[in-house]
Design a protein around this ligand. Structure first.
Ligand SMILES: *Cc1c(COP(=O)(O)O)cnc(C)c1O
Length: 418
């Protein structure tokens, strides 16, 4: 593939080993062009929650393709978008009732931040333009999204000098940090519009977990200082943490939520920014300039909405939450053995997320090649090896993923790669 013209994501194109060519997918398996077959422990960046090529989603997309693949939402609307928005509003907590569609998670975050800024402009609070976010957080690769990612550990350190300055704080996980969090928010409240965070699991920033109590604490401070609360559930949404949405575990309804990744079950790109009635109402006016001036060309793509509606059908008709509970139990018992290995600091599990925390960043390319040799697709990053398989994975396949993690860590340790 040395002659490829594809510039791949997150990749040093000069030195990284050549990518695998995938020809076909089915269930939890990836079939490579060279004839090999891999069990998928990543679910294509956590999207393929029902496994690949689920017949119900395929049929829904094929049917929609016959009728209408796409039509602009400027002046039009259609049943797949109407249905999906109504169903998301019904599924989401509180008064999260107004759904703005885009095509990627980063753009959903941009839209959430734009809404939080314009909410202040529309209410005559034009100086409240900054955001609170958290260390180890990740919210996407576009510019406003980068500004609320971890500024040091994240992938965007290089751009620090050109990004808006946000208030990026440690998560208030101890009484001391909670006091510091509250005083930082108090000191800056006059210039802050919103808190943005990934509830319960900071995923791409290091697979770090925090408790529902921490979430409740943050929500309480946000309310006290009249900040909007934005939950970025792009990674955690759709059952991954054991409930449909992570925020449910703290009984908290944010003012804005962002969704993407598993929204279409890994079939088509789609994202949603969902706002509460009171946020939405700040945009209603006889003055046209109060409107939200945002409109991705492919907003509410009908094929993607059909896939998402079919994915929601599957959450209603197939036992995903029970499957997540079973995966959690198997990950917790199966990954235990890794605790004893040299170079391993910690093992943790939340829902269908299993994490082996290493002492330091390993030789990632070498580790990834070892997983391939074991016939599994596991893609460690930073200082973590993690499993986030499709939620439909059977216990035998999950056992093979878990065994591969153990075996690869043993081999890598012996080879001095950890
Ligand atoms: C993946 C992710 C994003 C960005 O989504 P893209 O579709 O890759 O732009 C934003 N926030 C969180 C929490 C994510 O996991």
């Amino acid at each position: 593939m040395t002659s490829s013209h594809v510039w791949l994501p997150y990749r040093q194109m000069k030195t990284a080993p050549p990518p695998q060519v995938v020809e076909r997918t089915d269930g939890v398996r990836l079939y490579l062009a060279d004839g090999r077959e891999l069990i998928d422990g990543v679910a294509s960046w956590w999207t393929a929650c029902h496994g690949y090529n689920h017949p119900h989603i395929r049929a829904a997309v094929a049917g929609q393709l016959e009728r209408m693949p796409h039509v602009m939402l400027g002046g039009f609307v259609h049943a797949p978008a109407e249905d999906l928005a109504r169903r998301l509003a019904a599924l989401l907590p509180g008064e999260l009732d107004h759904v703005f569609f885009s095509e990627s998670g980063s753009v959903a975050v941009e839209v959430a931040m734009k809404i939080a800024l314009q909410y202040r402009f529309n209410r005559g609070e034009p100086t409240r333009t900054r955001f609170v976010s958290f260390r180890h957080g990740y919210h996407g690769d576009t510019f406003m999204a980068m500004s609320v990612c971890d500024p040091d550990e994240g992938m965007h350190q290089l751009f620090g000098g050109v990004l808006p300055r946000q208030l990026v704080l440690p998560l208030p996980t101890t009484p001391k940090l909670a006091a510091e969090f509250e005083s930082a928010v108090a000191a800056h409240a006059h210039e802050l519009t919103a808190v943005i965070m990934e509830p319960l699991v900071q995923a791409a920033g290091g697979m770090k977990f925090h408790s529902a109590d921490v979430l409740a604490q943050i929500a309480q401070v946000a309310r006290r200082f009249d900040l909007l609360l934005i939950f970025d559930e792009i990674a955690t949404g759709f059952a991954r943490t054991g409930t449909m949405f992570a925020g449910e575990q703290a009984g908290i309804a944010p003012d804005i939520i962002t969704l993407s990744k598993a929204l279409t079950g890994g079939t088509l790109p789609l994202a949603a920014t969902v706002a509460s009635a009171s946020v939405y109402e700040a945009f209603l006016s006889d003055d046209a300039s109060r409107a939200l001036m945002h409109g991705p060309t492919y907003a509410g793509n009908a094929l993607a909405c059909a896939a998402a509606n079919a994915s929601l059908d599957l959450f209603e008709t197939e036992p995903r939450l029970q499957q997540v509970a079973a995966i959690a139990a198997q990950l917790a018992s199966g990954l235990q053995a890794c605790r004893r290995l040299a170079g391993v600091r910690d093992v943790r599990v939340k829902g269908a997320i299993g994490v082996v925390q290493l002492e330091k960043s390993p030789q990632l390319d070498a580790l990834r090649q070892r997983f391939l040799a074991h016939g599994v697709w596991v893609r460690p990053f930073g200082d973590v090896v993690y499993l986030m398989p499709p939620l439909v994975i059977g216990s035998d396949d999950l056992a093979r993923l878990i065994a591969a993690v153990y075996d690869v860590l043993v081999e890598a340790s012996a080879a001095g790669e950890l």
